[in-house]
Write a protein that binds this ligand. Structure first.
Ligand code: BYC
Length: 316
């Protein structure tokens, strides 16, 4: 009898989930949700949070070497924003029943990934421009789409993050514009940064739809609203025009406007490089992880102090 009632309660809960999906209503933390949905979100959202935090490293290297006080203030504010994005996303992911400590442990063990893009080095100031313009530019295209994702806390985090991210994209474009209006050497530096960051930025959208194992479930559960290839095409269309305006050349000889599809066709992406980088063998994977582990260990006393403070107030 009890078993029958349990099954009935489960069926009702499932039908609420299905009805919410159908009506495009957000799924909230206390709603019943299929295990697969929860796992899918934990994987994607924790990967997203880790990317924001690891993403502070390549730019952080340039804070002390920014070319002016204004540039330094802007870069500091941007990096601080990325940290905040990581924190919203960790909190949003915790609503799914995983702790931040577990997520960090998964990052350190290699079980959880972070974006391929942060395994490339930022070699000079033009790279800071290219990261803001191309990397944040690619991230916004993806995140604008995720504002309509089905999980409430993720979707709300995206709304706030997108507002800040569009400022980041503009600061990167401003750096590139200034360099393109500068000396011959500065123009060459900007073009060189564009050449190195263009292809890894296209990889940020993930494998082609035909090779993307998670896209099927992501569409079924309305986690993704647009596919990897659709978002990549959107990014290329808007970025090619921006490059032309400031005189940068997109490093792709096969790039052509396709009048029929109303999108640019692009040359082949080096997927072997992508899979190598996300498997841990990119130019900076070790450096990024070692730095994160070191700083995390050094911060243990802060976490212990915060926990002691919480326990003291709870007793009171
Ligand atoms: N990098 O089936 P697929 C920022 C993996 S940070 C690494 O298409 P999905 C910023 C994927 O995980 C913003 N791995 O997956 C911060 C899967 O492997 P697993 C970062 C990738 O999830 C600081 C396998 O490939 N944005 O803005 O349907 C400074 C098959 O892929 C990548 C986000 O995180 C990649 N690029 O689609 C500046 C957006 N792509 O997990 C800027 C949120 C794929 O089975 N995430 N893989 O081992 C998403 O929208 C989706 O997860 C993706 C991939 C579109 C990235």
């Amino acid at each position: 009898m009890e078993l029958k009632e349990d099954i009935n309660i489960q069926n009702v809960a499932m039908s609420i989930f299905d009805r919410k999906m159908e009506m495009d209503e957000p799924i909230e933390p206390k709603d019943h949700m299929p295990d697969g949905y929860r796992k899918h979100l934990i994987r994607q959202m924790s990967q997203h949070a880790h990317s924001e935090v690891i993403g502070m490293q390549p730019e952080g290297n340039w804070i002390t070497r920014a070319p002016s006080l204004r540039a330094k203030q802007i870069l500091l504010a941007k990096i601080q924003d990325e940290c905040g994005h990581g924190l919203y996303l960790y909190s949003a992911t915790e609503t799914l029943g995983i702790s931040r400590a577990e997520m960090i442990a998964q990052l350190h063990s290699g079980k959880a990934k972070y974006s391929n893009i942060f395994n490339y080095p930022a070699l000079n100031w033009a790279d800071v421009g290219a990261i803001g313009w191309l990397v944040d530019g690619a991230a916004i295209v993806n995140q604008v789409s995720l504002q309509r994702t089905s999980y409430g806390p993720y979707s709300r985090a995206m709304v706030r993050i997108c507002k800040e991210e569009s400022f980041h994209q503009r600061q990167g474009y401003e750096i590139m514009t200034k360099m393109m209006r500068g000396t011959k050497e500065q123009r060459e530096m900007a073009q060189d940064a564009m050449n190195r960051w263009w292809w890894p930025s296209l990889m940020m959208f993930g494998p082609h739809d035909s090779d993307s194992p998670h896209t099927g479930d992501a569409f079924k559960w309305k986690i993704k609203r647009q596919s990897n290839d659709e978002l990549r095409a959107k990014f290329i269309d808007k970025t090619v025009q921006q490059a032309e305006v400031i005189g940068l050349t997109v490093p792709d000889k096969e790039l052509r406007w396709n009048e029929e599809k109303k999108h640019y066709d692009h040359g082949p992406i080096n997927w072997a490089e992508f899979y190598k980088v996300i498997a841990g063998f990119g130019p900076c994977n070790n450096q990024r992880m070692e730095h994160h582990k070191k700083i995390h260990a050094e911060g243990a006393w802060v976490r212990e102090a915060a926990e002691a403070h919480r326990a003291k107030h709870q007793r009171q």
